[in-house]
Design a protein around this ligand. Structure first.
Ligand code: B12
Ligand code: SF4
Length: 477
């Protein structure tokens, strides 16, 4: 009889497909294991998600929980407690970005029995074998566990080329439910793992040691086409750390998509120094292959800050990227980070200026501004610890951080407010929603404000905040 593997994705307000479980399931023998995925994000409540887990515990080999740093940790702890209270001897395995960096903490404070660091496929497979056969765990690389009351971490696992792993089975997920929640027949896809760059604010260089591997052109195309056809998918979002890391691979994919007459649109992650040097024929090729949007980690409009965070890009490249994409009618979303300790307000203003320039190039280009968060396992985390700044220490402290709204305590309230108002008015000024014709006067006012950098007395912002919380939510400021 097949044994159950129960995977749990902690609660969060997003509907991205839990690709990590499809990756782990891809290496498991389906004749031997019955993989069940409970995603608290698509359940009616966290309680309902926990109830589902409870019902699945019988005949399970283990429960696997995936965790990124921040609020998902809280639910991970709760579900682990729940499993322990109903099936005390059933192993609970934690994996993902937070356990990769702090495996000991996740075991000693989070009650996990095992933690898997980094790429999880082979480690998890070997762990299952060891659990089922009552074998030892010392040889399983990438694993942390309790041995005779001591938390031990085995050696690091070598990064495996992802072409060696089988294709994902998207049938393991209730895709129609995700489509309904996402509002379109959109899937997320993972075509490469890791990243060769060294950005000091990012955990990737630590978790994957700057290694990168991507599905080869033909395999990638087949896998994507397979899922697109099978589930009538209209849009594919490549959630790779760095989709454009290998230009030849991307161009091969684009050419094949066009040649095969595929109609789905797609979105992918990139860097300014990957898009800026693209010649017009390649940009045209991408546009013809229905590249809908590129998500660019632009990070800053100040060269000083880009150098500080080791982004290894130039501010001009951000602008050239925007011009390139606009010329070929490809959408874009630019991510920025401000509020580093010791970042001057002048540098923050340079970032806001860059956003204004991007918006002038194409009003519909989107942007996000995040306040710097000292992610664990990053070079800048070590830096700010050395500088004496206070950072989260315990697992519970890490779980208290809401990254989306977080601003370090070193950012003054006035600076935070200025950036928030800039974000609000710039988005409102360039928002295009024909249904909201009544918002036109507000838009005009916002335009005047952004053009003159005048964000005092934000009555409209307060009003919208107060009266139309829903509207605010829709516009996604
Ligand atoms: C999609 C995505 C999102 C989605 C949802 C993420 C999610 N899973 O919940 C959205 C858009 C909502 C999002 C939001 C954010 N995200 Co995000 N996101 C991603 C992204 C691009 C893809 C995730 C993915 O599907 N990967 C594909 C799978 C196959 O890879 P994987 O998750 O790493 O899984 C492998 C291993 O980690 C391991 N594994 C994972 N889980 C498990 C579980 C078990 C049991 C085992 C054994 C192994 C295992 O095995 C897998 C196969 O090898 C990643 C970057 C990336 N490419 O991974 C960033 C990433 C996870 N996000 C990150 C961040 C920082 C954020 C934000 C804070 C951004 C922001 N400033 O707002 C927010 C807030 C999240 C929150 N706290 O709630 C960081 C996490 C850093 C950290 N320390 O946790 C990442 C790594 C980006 C980065 N390079 O910095 N994100
Ligand atoms: S921020 Fe992006 S480019 Fe930089 S190391 Fe992380 S994944 Fe790579």
């Amino acid at each position: 009889m097949r044994k159950k593997i129960v995977f749990y994705n902690p609660a969060a307000p997003y509907y991205t497909l839990p690709l990590q479980f499809l990756a782990l399931a891809s290496v498991l023998d389906p004749d031997r294991y019955d993989v069940r995925i409970v995603d608290a994000r698509i359940e009616t409540s966290v309680e309902a998600a926990h109830e589902k887990v409870k019902e699945l515990l019988e005949n399970a080999v283990c429960v696997g929980v995936s965790i990124i740093t921040g609020t998902p940790i809280k639910d991970a702890i709760e579900v682990t407690r729940l499993v322990k209270s109903y099936s005390p001897s059933l192993p609970v395995v934690w994996g993902g970005w937070h356990p990769s960096i702090y495996p000991d903490q996740c075991i000693t404070e989070g009650m996990a029995d095992y933690c898997v660091s980094g790429q999880g496929e082979i480690t998890f497979l070997e762990l299952l074998d060891a659990i089922e056969n009552n074998a030892g765990f010392d040889q399983i690389l990438g694993l942390t566990y309790m041995k005779k009351n001591e938390c031990v971490t085995n050696g690091e696992r070598k990064f495996v080329d992802i072409n060696q792993f089988p294709s994902y089975d998207f049938g393991l997920l209730p895709l129609e439910t995700y489509f309904r929640l996402k509002g379109s027949r959109q899937i997320d896809f993972y075509s490469s793992q890791g990243c060769p760059y060294r950005c000091a604010f990012c955990a990737d260089p630590n978790v994957y040691n700057r290694r990168w591997s991507g599905l080869k052109g033909a395999r990638m195309l087949n896998d994507v086409i397979d899922v697109v056809r099978k589930y009538d998918v209209e849009d594919v979002v490549f959630q790779d750390e760095n989709f454009f890391a290998n230009r030849e691979r991307v161009m091969q994919f684009s050419r094949s998509v066009r040649e095969q007459g595929m109609r789905f649109s797609w979105t992918a992650t990139s860097r300014a120094d990957q898009i800026a040097p693209l010649p017009d024929d390649l940009l045209a090729e991408l546009a013809q292959a229905n590249l809908r949007k590129v998500m660019i980690g632009a990070e800053s409009g100040s060269q000083e800050m880009l150098d500080f965070m080791k982004k290894d890009t130039l501010t001009e490249e951000t602008i050239i990227s925007a011009q390139n994409l606009a010329r070929h009618n490809i959408g874009a979303s630019f991510n920025f980070i401000v509020g580093f300790p010791e970042e001057t307000f002048e540098n923050t203003l340079k970032t806001l200026q860059t956003i204004k320039e991007i918006k002038k190039i194409r009003g519909s280009f989107d942007f996000n501004i995040f306040f710097f968060t000292p992610y664990p396992g990053t070079e800048l985390f070590e830096y700010i610890v050395r500088k004496g700044y206070k950072v989260p220490v315990t697992l519970m402290e890490w779980s208290d951080i809401d990254f989306v709204l977080y601003a370090g305590y070193w950012v003054s309230a006035a600076e935070k407010e200025y950036v928030d108002r800039f974000k609000f008015y710039t988005k409102l000024a360039t928002e295009h929603n024909p249904r909201r014709f009544w918002a036109k006067p507000l838009k005009l006012l916002a335009k005047a404000r952004t053009e003159n950098d005048f964000f005092h007395i934000p009555i409209e912002k307060e009003l919208i905040n107060l009266i139309r919380y829903k509207l605010l939510h829709e516009v996604n400021w």
